[in-house]
Design a protein. Structure first.
Length: 256
């Protein structure tokens, strides 16, 4: 989970089996103004209990951030590509979103990475989403994927996660090699979480792999974060004013 005392860091890269891997996620500092995802999850149980949901990635070629630390920009692009939004974003858009994040950070052109909060702000300013909220638990993330849509995650990444195994599953073993942002697009009945990554066609299957829910939870607890789109309801004060004006109009039969 997010830590308010996370120091700034340079974003590393990893070299394994003849391939370079680049990352670029910097933990978002705590901000009390952030919406909490739990506020957008109903207390009552859903009418139909789901155990599996996969949100389609309707693009033949997965995105590839290349030798850059632009994973946050690419997770933003993947969020826009993935259903239910369904925009036709490209690698160029992933880089463009990253540089928009750095403008928000007050560091235009800087190449050392950015935060999920800046990525969410870019989605909002770009008109893709109305608002965003951060998850505080794996239970909130699970519910959202099952019933609402994908979630952008940011965690540490380990050497054991660089290459999926023969079953297309990654395990957080080995040493920490970077901080990475990626899109969570699926929750299976076997409690596997689908990851749409930004490392091109050579990673996983069509750029997608899986991680066990308990393994993701361990990463999430260790300075991890997750953010997604939410619909922001009007403030009660605004609703009161609108209702007051409507009642006045009805009473006097004229425009105000």
């Amino acid at each position: 989970m997010r830590n308010s005392n996370v120091p700034p860091m340079r974003i590393p890269r990893a070299y394994e089996r003849g391939s370079w891997f680049y990352f670029g996620r910097i933990p978002s500092p705590i901000d009390s103004r952030d919406y909490k995802l739990r506020a957008f999850i109903p207390e009552e149980a859903p009418p139909v209990e789901k155990t599996h949901q996969a949100w389609e990635f309707p693009k033949d070629e997965p995105l590839d951030q290349g030798r850059t630390n632009h994973c946050v920009g690419f997770s933003v692009a993947n969020f826009g590509i993935n259903l239910p939004i369904g925009r036709d974003y490209s690698n160029e858009d992933g880089h463009r979103f990253y540089y928009k994040c750095k403008e928000i950070d007050g560091e235009p052109g800087n190449e050392e990475g950015t935060t999920l909060r800046s990525g969410a702000k870019v989605l909002k300013r770009n008109g893709n989403i109305e608002g965003y909220a951060f998850a505080d638990s794996i239970e909130e993330i699970k519910w959202w994927i099952l019933y609402k849509g994908p979630v952008i995650a940011g965690t540490i990444w380990t050497s054991g996660m660089l290459f999926p195994n023969s079953e297309n599953i990654i395990y957080p073993t080995g040493e920490e090699v970077g901080g990475h942002a990626y899109l969570l697009t699926e929750w299976t009945s076997d409690n596997l979480i689908g990851i749409q990554n930004s490392w091109g066609t050579d990673w996983g299957i069509k750029g997608k792999s899986y991680i066990r829910a308990q393994d993701f939870e361990s990463l999430f607890i260790e300075q991890g974060e997750a953010v997604t789109a939410v619909e922001i309801e009007p403030k009660k004060s605004s609703c009161f004013i609108i209702d007051f004006i409507q009642r006045i109009k009805g009473k006097y039969g004229r425009s105000l």
